[in-house]
Design a protein around this ligand. Sequence first.
Ligand code: GLN
Length: 486
Amino acid sequence: MHDKTVTQLAAALKSGELSSRELTSHFLQRIEKADGSLNSFITVTAEQAMSQAAAADKARADGKAGKLTGIPLALKDIFCTQDVKTSCGSKMLDNFIAPYNATVVEKLRAAGTISLGKTNMDEFAMGSSNENSHYGAVKNPWDLSAVPGGSSGGSAAAVAAGFVPAAMGTDTGGSIRQPAAFCGITGLKPTYGRVSRYGIIAYASSLDQAGPMARTAEDCALLLNVIAGHDVRDSTSVARGVPDYTETLNAPLSGLKIGLPKEYFGDGLDPEVEKAVREAVKVYESLGATVREVSLPHTHYAIPAYYVIAPAEASSNLSRYDGVRFGHRCDSPLDLQDLYTRSRAEGFGEEVKRRILIGTHTLSEGFFDAYYTKAQKVRRLIRQDFLDAFEDVDVLMGPASPTPAFDLGAKKDPVSMYLQDIYTIAVNLAGIPGISVPAGFAGGRPVGLQILGTHFAEAQLLNVAHQFQQATDWHTQLPAFAEENA
Ligand code: GLN
C-alpha cells in the first residue's frame, strides 16, 4: 500500500478493497517502525487519525463519501491545527496549541482526508535543508547521509518513505519544489493568492504559499482541487473560480512551446543534473513540444532581493512572539524588557535571529530606501522578466535545484545555503506557479525538473507534468528505505 498513489488508494477505498482504517493503521505502523531513522514527523496523531478513519468508513457506508474520503496525509507543522501542537519547527512554539484550524486544514477535513500528524521543517520555514529545526534534522530516505531539502523537508521525506501518500507544504522561496526534487516526489507551488494563507504561520507574507506534495501530478491536482479558492479570511487570496484540475491532465502537448531560461543552465549547475533535465526536455519534444532558449535577465538579482524582502517581512511577522501572549516565556523575568529579550533569545534559533536582525536593519530609518524599496523595484523587474518570457512560450523548464541533495552538515555558511535557491526564489518574487517532478538521478540522488507557468496556470502545469509522468517512470521509483520498511 505504501507505494500507491492517492488516486490508486482512493480507487481501492471506493471499490471496498480497503477500508480507511486498514489504510490508516498501515501508514501509522510504518511511521512508528521507521521514522526513528528519518525524523520526518514532529507530532503523530495516531488516535485522532484512527477515529477519523472510522468516521470516514462510516461516511462511505452511508453513501456520503467524496473522492478523497478516508485518504491519510500529513501536514507541515506550519499549518495551525486545533487541539494539536503547531510548533513551526521552533522552540518558541513548542507549547503552542492553536485555537483554530488553518483554512487548508479545514478544507482537507471537509473533504474527508485524515491527518496522521505534523511534519518536521526548518524553523519558521527558514532554510533549504531542514537542518534548522528545533526538533533536529530530517534525513533523506534515498540516502540517510543526505538532507531532504527544506523547509518542507519532513513532508517530502515522509512521502518518499511511504509514510503517507501525500503531504502539505509551504513555499516562500522554494520550500515545496526543492525538497520534492531532493526526495524524488512531485511538489506544486501554486500562484500567490490561489490558496488561503489563513492559519498558516507567517514567514514572509507576500511570498508564502501552500501546496501539495505527492508522488504524482495527478495526486497534486486532486489535492489542489480541495485546497484552492478564495477565503474571506485571507484578503490576499484571489476571488477566481477553481477549475477541476484533473479534467485537463490528459490534454495533448503537441504544439506546446517550452522555454529554457539560459540563466538556469549556467555556472554552478551540476552536470548530471543538467543532463537529466535536458533528457526530460527531449521527452517533451517526443510528445510534440517545441523548445527554444529564453532569457530571464534579472535572475542574478533574485537571491539578493529575496534576502532583503523575506527577512524584512519576517522581522515584522515574528515580532508577535514576545513571551506575553503565547509561545515560549523565559523563567522569572526581572521586568518587561527582560521578559521580551530573554524569551526571544531563548525561543528562536540562530538562523531565525539572523533574519530578524537583517530585516530589522533593512527596515530601519535611513536604510529603508537603500534596501527595502530598492529590492521591491528589483522584484518588479524579475516579475516582468517572466511575463515577457510568457509572451513567447507557454511554460519554462529547468532544474529545481543546481545540485541533488547535499550531505547533512555540508553547507556551513548561510550564504552557500541561500545560493541553493537560485532557480526557485524568483518564482515567489513574481508570484507565479511552479512544479517539480522527478526526472532522474545524479550521483544516486533524485533530480527534479522544474516547470513554471504564468499566473494561475496551475491546470497547464499539472497537465504538462502529468504527460511527462505518463511517458516516464521516475516518479514510480522508491528509495530502498521505503521497501526495507515495508
Ligand atoms: N530557502 C529559502 C529560505 O530559507 C526558502 C524557504 C521557504 O520557501 N520557506 O528562506
